[in-house]
Design a protein. Structure first.
Length: 77
């Protein structure tokens, strides 16, 4: 995870970028929605030491209990 992750979320929300293959991964605050609060949550974690993103972070994977869809995800090693 790096600065591109919150920027990606903001792009999907406000710039019309519609590559939303895994909404589950974009829901960093685990409130079952993708919103500006997810980008803020990631920035707070990265720069202010606030709470980490929801599970399965820090690993790559899908939380099967979530309602948000995940059509595709990839794990980079």
């Amino acid at each position: 995870m790096d600065i591109t992750d919150p920027v990606y979320i903001l792009g999907c929300l406000f710039e019309g970028n519609r590559d939303e293959r895994c909404l589950n991964a974009m829901d960093s605050d685990h409130d079952q929605t993708v919103s500006i609060s997810d980008a803020i949550h990631l920035l707070n974690f990265q720069f202010l030491g606030k709470p980490s993103p929801a599970l399965p972070f820090p690993r790559c994977g899908i939380n099967a209990l979530d309602r948000l869809r995940c059509i595709e995800f990839k794990c980079e090693h």
